[in-house]
Design a protein around this ligand. Structure first.
Ligand code: HDE
Length: 731
């Protein structure tokens, strides 16, 4: 979270790979060199334009001025229409030894190591928006394989809002800032988004995901990734199997809380990108395992839902996720624009062994990504931009176009040709030539949703059921927040109708916060995705009925599969509150213990400079209560020492720091006299802070085990029981 010194990696030596080595030919750093124009002419005066006399007019002749200003005027390219705000990093993917039977893709063969570039993004906000918006996160990985570039273009949620690509522009128009005033920024729109949602049953499953804690990842390193659609893996014998792909973070899955996220947006809008950058610089490389759910072709129809429907997931209890490799991000970009901004992901970038399904959302995306790169990067030659360049040779008869880099030699740029002995020649499959899966397709040309797509509420209920009580509480509060910003009551009422089709309690709890009654569904016209001549009654979704069960993998509790066994505290940020008179020796011991466990510590005090301990020892202060905030930390420790504790207990900012961490359910420890600050932080309406879960105070008998208990508490991440007591009206 901090801008404070981070141990810089020597990138060239430590974390190079074939792709980062290849990028070296484009890297430039002006150190030790003379300033030139773009033509290499050395510039003598870069401070003054060419004028007639010192106080006279500037001359048109000044080509140095014109070139510099001209280039500046053209610095910006169109930002991505969605997913504009992102952060990227280099790394590698290493295949385990178990995927060869599923796919012939070379990069998934045992032990193969492939350079990758990953870009995470928010969806709605523009490029300068905040990282902590409640939003879906993009999770896109470019694999520079020896068979060409393969792009995984996924999200941090396994389903999507719509079933058919034709609805995408409508959906995005509804969710982006409203067109008349461009409000709200960096968040889903209120009236327009919820108006769309209120009549679109197919969106309800994804709406619950987006309103859940998944919409607020604590950092990018602790979120899952999904490619959402069903794809195909093709094995060496040409056999096709359906697959869904997942990225499982080895850091566990963690989220922030809404109030915390809102505050972070003000305190540090770069919170996620800074965290990723710093973690990589410090050598705490984030890792994800790639997993696949495999469905044999003959089992395609065996589920109660259609695997071609992007609003449905395959519960992990039905089809387990097999881990087939690991991605490590170990190198930051050298230049944001050249790499993160210019990277161009396209669903159509596949390699032999991976193929598409007929998911109508996926099919539409196949068109969109190439089109959008042409618009954004401005040329059909975007594949020649260094970050997009394939490591496998690119040889074909495509020629020319804006900014062409390749110097194609020779007379022929067509096929067949005999003048160049027919080169470049087509590749046989045995030579790596790509062949689309030999799928039999036969039927009528038709514009119609498949009836197998019509159950819109069952999986939404599965998601709701699978959330812990705290997660359900957050979800309800999130919808209350969003609907509380909707001006039209009719929109709120229709959303309540939709929620009531998922779960009566969910609808009731949301309604209660809005001061409304859940209306009857009778007579409410919902949009079931049918054309003007189709009878909507044939496509009506029934409300979710009965026991749809639970799927533990959909929750983020400490014992959910994604978090089970993740008891370390690596990379967690711990604030140590102390000021003059603190027990500096104990702080030093604590810092060492926490850092040995891989956590990061920072001393936060009422001023910068050096803190003088009770015994005269000194300690450098990292932050003040003005320059940082509890929301940027994962846990808080208040140091012992009578003078320090008294000073902090009298300081409203210090007290607020603790109270806020408490509100956000973070672990808090206080040694000895430090308890005074906790006492000062207990405010009316809340439970006694000293009695709450996850609050460890030395004076209350924890002294001996304070630090080990604190470490356990940090590993647990949050203590939702503090909120639940209020929620259950136990307080
Ligand atoms: Fe995208 N999406 N999308 N999307 N998407 C783009 O391409 C689109 C969808 C996703 O870091 C755009 O280069 C359509 C699902 C990511 O550069 C654009 C449809 C999923 C990124 C586009 C979808 C995604 C994008 C905008 C419905 C999860 C950022 C800029 C048919 C599986 C990649 C760009 C990066 C970006 C179109 C739906 C993920 C306009 C038409 C579902 C991670 O081409």
């Amino acid at each position: 979270m901090s801008d404070k010194p981070i141990a810089k990696q020597n990138h060239e030596d430590v974390v190079s790979n074939p792709k980062t080595d290849e990028l070296a030919q484009n890297r430039s750093d002006g150190y030790g060199q003379k300033l030139t124009t773009n033509q290499g002419l050395r510039v003598n005066d870069d401070q003054n334009s060419l004028k007639a006399e010192e106080r006279g007019p500037t001359l048109l002749e000044d080509f140095i001025l014109r070139e510099k200003i001209h280039h500046f005027d053209h610095e910006r390219i169109p930002e991505r229409v969605i997913h504009a705000r992102g952060v990227g990093a280099h790394g590698y993917f290493e295949a385990y030894d178990n995927a060869a039977a599923l796919t012939k893709a070379h990069f998934l063969q045992p032990g193969v190591k492939t350079p990758i570039f990953t870009r995470f993004s928010t969806v709605v906000g523009s490029r300068g928006a905040t990282d902590m918006a409640r939003d879906v996160r993009g999770f896109a990985v470019k694999f520079y394989t020896q068979e060409g570039v393969y792009d995984f273009v996924g999200n941090n949620m396994p389903v999507f809002f719509i079933q058919d690509a034709l609805k995408f522009p409508d959906f995005i128009h509804a969710v982006k800032p409203e067109p008349h005033n461009e409000i709200p920024q960096a968040a889903s729109a209120h009236d327009t988004f919820w108006d769309f949602i209120s009549v679109t049953p197919e969106s309800m499953h994804m709406v619950l995901w987006a309103m859940s804690d998944r919409g607020l990842p604590r950092n990018l390193r602790t979120m899952e990734g999904f490619n959402v659609h069903t794809y195909r893996f093709i094995d060496a014998a040409g056999k096709s199997r359906f697959v869904k792909m997942h990225w499982k973070p080895l850091q566990g899955v963690r989220s922030a809380v809404w109030e915390e996220a809102q505050q972070i947006s003000g305190k540090d809008p770069d919170f996620h990108r800074r965290d990723l950058y710093n973690s990589i610089e410090m050598g705490a490389y984030p890792e994800w395992e790639l997993g696949v759910q495999v469905v044999e072709e003959e089992d395609e129809m065996k589920f109660g839902f259609d695997i071609l429907d992007a609003t449905k997931l395959i519960p992990e209890e039905l089809v387990p996720v097999q881990k087939i490799g690991k991605m490590v991000l170990n190198r930051n970009v050298d230049n944001y624009f050249a790499e993160t901004e210019q990277v161009a992901f396209c669903l159509s970038h596949v390699v032999p062994g991976i193929d598409f399904s007929n998911d109508p959302l996926l099919q539409g995306r196949l068109f969109s990504y190439l089109d959008t790169q042409l618009k954004r990067l401005g040329s059909v030659n975007f594949h020649e931009i260094p970050i997009n360049r394939s490591l496998a040779p690119v040889v074909n008869n495509q020629r020319d176009g804006h900014m062409r880099q390749t110097i194609n030699k020779g007379q022929t740029s067509y096929s067949p040709n005999l003048l160049n002995d027919e080169f470049p020649k087509q590749a046989k499959q045995s030579e790596g030539g790509f062949v689309s899966h030999y799928e039999r397709v036969d039927g009528h040309k038709i514009r119609m949703r498949s009836k197998s797509f019509v159950d819109h509420y069952t999986q939404a209920k599965l998601f709701w059921n699978s959330q812990s009580e705290a997660e359900q509480m957050h979800l309800v509060k999130a919808i209350r927040f969003e609907l509380g910003h909707v001006n039209k009551e009719s929109v709120r009422m229709r959303v309540l109708v939709q929620l009531s089709q998922i779960d009566a309690t969910l609808a009731h709890l949301v309604a209660e916060g809005l001061g409304l009654e859940v209306p009857s569904a009778d007579g409410v016209q919902l949009n079931y995705g049918v054309g003007a001549d189709t009878n909507p009654a044939d496509f009506t979704s029934q409300p979710a009925k009965g026991d749809v069960g639970r799927s533990a993998a959909l929750s983020m509790t400490p014992d959910s599969p994604a978090n089970a066994g993740k008891t370390d505290i690596k990379t967690r940020q711990i604030a140590i509150l102390a000021t003059d008179g603190a027990d500096v020796t104990a702080i030093g011991d604590l810092m060492k213990t926490l850092m040995d466990e891989g956590a990061q510590t920072a001393i936060v005090a009422n001023r910068l400079g050096k803190l003088k301990g009770a015994d005269g020892a000194e300690l450098l202060i990292d932050w003040t209560f003005q320059s940082t905030s509890s929301v940027l930390f994962d846990a808080v420790y208040v140091a012992d020492g009578a003078a320090s504790a008294q000073r902090l207990a009298n300081d409203a900012d210090a007290v607020r720091f603790v109270a806020e961490a408490f509100r956000h359910c973070k672990p808090i420890a206080a040694a000895g006299e430090g308890v005074k600050v906790l006492e000062a932080a207990a405010h009316p309406g809340a439970m006694d802070i000293l009695d709450a879960d996850g609050v460890l105070a030395g004076r209350n008998g924890h002294a001996a085990s304070l630090v080990p208990d604190f470490i356990k508490a940090i590993a647990q991440h949050r203590f939702w029981s503090r909120e639940l007591k209020v929620w259950r009206r136990e307080l």
